[in-house]
Design a protein. Structure first.
Length: 388
C-alpha cells in the first residue's frame, strides 16, 4: 500500500511530504521511502498564519480563511508529490496545528486546520485527517504521535534508546527494558524562530546552520530565568506548544534585565542553550545509551554539538542512520499512521501519549471513487524496517 504522509509542524514554515510503500512481511512491516519534498508556505500566507497564532486574538472568519488557504496549499503539495512520486492509495494530512489546549497535566482539545476536502478534490485520493483528537478523547495528549513509529523502528535497540525530534517543540520517545513513554520536552526551534523573524535576522525566519547562535554568547541570567519555567517540572505525559512558548514569552523574560544588555546574537545563543539544557537533562534522566535525532534542529551544529558535549556517554546520531531521513521523519510517521488506520490498527502507544488505551486514529474523506479499505489486520507488526 502506497501512502503519502503530509505535515506542517510547529515551525509553521511549510509542508513536508513523504511517499512510503508499506509491505507486511510476517511480524515485520517494511517501508520503502520514495519521493520526499518540503514545500514552503507562500510568504503572505505564512505571515497571516503567524499573526493568527496564540496569544493573538483571532476571528472565526480568519480561521475559516486560513483553513481554506492552507487546505489548498496541502492540495497542491499533494498533487506535486503524486506527480513526482507516482500514484498513492491514501493521503494522510496532519494539517497545521493552530491551537493545542492544555490545562496543567491534561490536554483538553487540539485544532489542526487545512481542509482535507481540497486535497481529495484535487487528487481524487481518499484523505485521512484530524488524527490527534481521538487520542485526546481517550485521555491522551494527542502527542507526540511519532512515538508509534519510534516504537517499531527502535524498539529492538539494546541498552535503551530515545528518539528526539527537534521541531518547533522538542519531543522525545524513550524505549527501555520493554516499556515506552513519550512527551514534549519544551522549545526547540520555536523561540529561536520567533526572535529571528521578529528582529529580521534572517529572511528565512530561522537560524540557518546555527550561524547566529555561534556568533553570540550565552547570557547566564537570562538562561536561569528561562530554565525556571514550571512546565519543565511537570511529570510526563505532557504536551505543549506555541500557546506557551512564543515571542511574548521571550520578551517577558528579557523585561527583567537591563535594556540592551542582551544582543540579538546572545539571545539566540541563549535560546539554543535552553534547548540543549532541557533536552540533555531529560536524556540523562532516561538513562539511555542511544539518542536518535530528527527535525530541523538536528541541522543546527550549535545544538547538536551542545548535546554531544552534555551527553558524553550517549551515542548521538541523526535518524537517517535508521532509514528515516531526519527532515522527513514526521511525514513518514503520518504515512505509517495511515497504514495502521486503513488496516484497523491503533496508531498510538498509550505510554507515548498518556491515553487510557490505544485508538485507531483519524477521519476519512473519500476521494473520487468509493471508499475501499484493505482487509483488517488483527495482529499489529512488531517492528518496522525503512529503506530508500
Amino acid at each position: 500500500m502506497r501512502i503519502l504522509g503530509m505535515i506542517s509542524g510547529t515551525s509553521h514554515d511549510g509542508i513536508d511530504a513523504a511517499v512510503v510503500e508499506f509491505t507486511p512481511d510476517g511480524e515485520v512491516l517494511r517501508g520503502r521511502v520514495g519521493h520526499t519534498a518540503s514545500t514552503p508556505y507562500p510568504a503572505e500566507l505564512r505571515a497571516r498564519l503567524l499573526a493568527a497564532l496564540p496569544p493573538a486574538p483571532v476571528t472565526l472568519a480568519e480561521v475559516c480563511v486560513l483553513d481554506t488557504l492552507i487546505g489548498q496549499c496541502f492540495a497542491e503539495a499533494a498533487a506535486a508529490a503524486i506527480e513526482a512520486g507516482g500514484p498513492v492509495d491514501l493521503i494522510v494530512s496532519h494539517g497545521q496545528t493552530v491551537f493545542h489546549w492544555v490545562e496543567g497535566a491534561y490536554a483538553r482539545g487540539t485544532l489542526q486546520i487545512g481542509q482535507p476536502a481540497w486535497i481529495a478534490e484535487r487528487t481524487g485520493v481518499p484523505v485521512l485527517s484530524d488524527v490527534r483528537i481521538r487520542d485526546i478523547t481517550a485521555g491522551g495528549h494527542g502527542a507526540p504521535l511519532v512515538s508509534v513509529l519510534d516504537n517499531l523502528l527502535l524498539g529492538s535497540l539494546e541498552d535503551g534508546a530515545a528518539a528526539l525530534n527537534l521541531g518547533g517543540i522538542s519531543n522525545m520517545t524513550v524505549l527501555r527494558d520493554g516499556w515506552l513513554f513519550a512527551y514534549d520536552i519544551g522549545p526547540a526551534n520555536a523561540l529561536i524562530d520567533a526572535v529571528v523573524t521578529a528582529r529580521g535576522l534572517n529572511p528565512r525566519g530561522y537560524d540557518d546552520g546555527g550561524a547566529i547562535a555561534a556568533s553570540g554568547r550565552v547570557h547566564p541570567g537570562l538562561l536561569e530565568a528561562l530554565l525556571d519555567e514550571p512546565y519543565y517540572r511537570l511529570a510526563p505525559p505532557k504536551s505543549t506548544g506555541k500557546e506557551l512558548f512564543h515571542l511574548g514569552y521571550v520578551e517577558a523574560a528579557l523585561a527583567g534585565l537591563p535594556e540592551g544588555e542582551v544582543s540579538d546574537a546572545d539571545l539566540v545563543a541563549t535560546l539554543a542553550e535552553l534547548t540543549v539544557r532541557t533536552v540533555a537533562a531529560d536524556v540523562r534522566a532516561a538513562g539511555v545509551a542511544t539518542l536518535v535525532v530528527s527535525g530541523g534542529g538536528c541541522r543546527n551544529p550549535v545544538v547538536m554539538d551542545g548535546l554531544r558535549a552534555a551527553l558524553p556517554g550517549v551515542r548521538v546520531s541523526a535518524s537517517d542512520a535508521y532509514g528515516a531521513p531526519a527532515d522527513d521523519k514526521e511525514a513518514i510517521a503520518f504515512a505509517l499512521i495511515g497504514w495502521l488506520t486503513a488496516h484497523g490498527l491503533p496508531g498510538t502507544v498509550p505510554g507515548g501519549t498518556g491515553a487510557s488505551a490505544p485508538r485507531v486514529l483519524g477521519t476519512l474523506t473519500p476521494g473520487a471513487g468509493p471508499l475501499v479499505l484493505p482487509a483488517p489486520v488483527t495482529v499489529p507488526p512488531r517492528s518496522l524496517v525503512l529503506a530508500r
